[in-house]
Design a binder for this molecule. Structure first.
Ligand SMILES: NC(=O)c1ccc[n+]([C@@H]2O[C@H](COP(=O)([O-])OP(=O)(O)OC[C@H]3O[C@@H](n4cnc5c(N)ncnc54)[C@H](OP(=O)(O)O)[C@@H]3O)[C@@H](O)[C@H]2O)c1
Length: 218
């Protein structure tokens, strides 16, 4: 697959390197050209502008800090329309790890969908640190890492492929509205980790939970 990446930071380095290893053709688009070029060279990808990355990808990863989101999407000049767009972001205020939301409590993924009309947005990869995505494969206690993703149905096949190609297990968590919950979940995890607690201890159950209603009723 041709993958365009917007952003040249830690998440891009970890995720895009895995996709290059899996045989995908990756073009990294950066706000700072030298950074994108150096990163691309390190992992065997190509580099270009944000717009070139958006135009190049059959699927496009958005891996930028929330402060740069609007400028980044604007710089793609409408090239995201009709494409699967995967948002790995967390709208977190790094001064206190509080959550930042957009209009009416919407998520970063919903903000991308608003800023890029016609793009098919899913959120994935936001629950784990970049060092986890750099693992080959990301597996714990002999089990592949489960990766919840949520968003537009049109983008889910690409999300599944990109998750599986890292050696992780895709887990469909619902429609675009569920991306708010995935972001909130990540903020809770970040806050637990930053205060010295183990978030894995939270996810243990003795009973199964009834299946949720179909997406239209959620
Ligand atoms: N790091 C993690 O472990 C992790 C885990 C899960 C989710 N995430 C989320 O993934 C996204 C990317 O994280 P990251 O760790 O890759 O970030 P990062 O290393 O700080 O890189 C951020 C990228 O955003 C770009 N950017 C554009 N406008 C910006 C602005 N106004 N201020 C700051 N940066 C701007 C930077 O551009 P330049 O190249 O010009 O600096 C850089 O390429 C974030 O939303 C983060 O919350 C991160």
């Amino acid at each position: 697959m041709k993958i365009g990446v917007l952003g040249a930071g830690m998440m891009t380095e970890a995720l895009a390197a895995g996709w290059v290893r899996a045989g995908h053709d990756v073009l990294i688009g950066g706000r700072t050209p030298g950074k994108a070029t150096a990163l691309a060279k390190r992992i065997g990808a190509r580099a270009g502008t944000l717009r070139e990355a958006a135009e190049f990808g059959d699927a496009v990863l958005v891996a930028v800090r929330r402060e740069g989101l609007a400028d980044t999407i604007t710089a793609t000049g409408g090239a995201l329309a009709g494409k699967p767009v995967i948002d790995c972001g967390n709208a977190v205020d790094v001064t206190d790890f509080s959550q930042v939301t957009y209009q009416d409590g919407t998520s970063m993924a919903e903000e991308i969908a608003r800023l890029a009309p016609g793009a098919h947005v899913v959120k994935a990869f936001n629950q784990a640190h970049a060092s986890v995505w750099a693992m080959t494969p990301p597996a714990f206690d002999g089990r592949p890492l489960a990766v919840p993703f949520a968003g537009a149905d049109e983008a889910k096949p690409a999300a599944r492929t990109l998750i599986s190609d890292l050696g992780a297990a895709p887990l469909d968590a619902g429609d675009l509205r569920q991306t708010r919950n995935l972001e909130a979940m990540a903020i809770v995890v970040i806050r637990l980790l930053s205060s010295g607690h183990d978030p894995r201890s939270v996810f243990a159950f003795t009973t199964s939970v009834p299946a949720p209603p179909p997406p239209a009723d959620r």
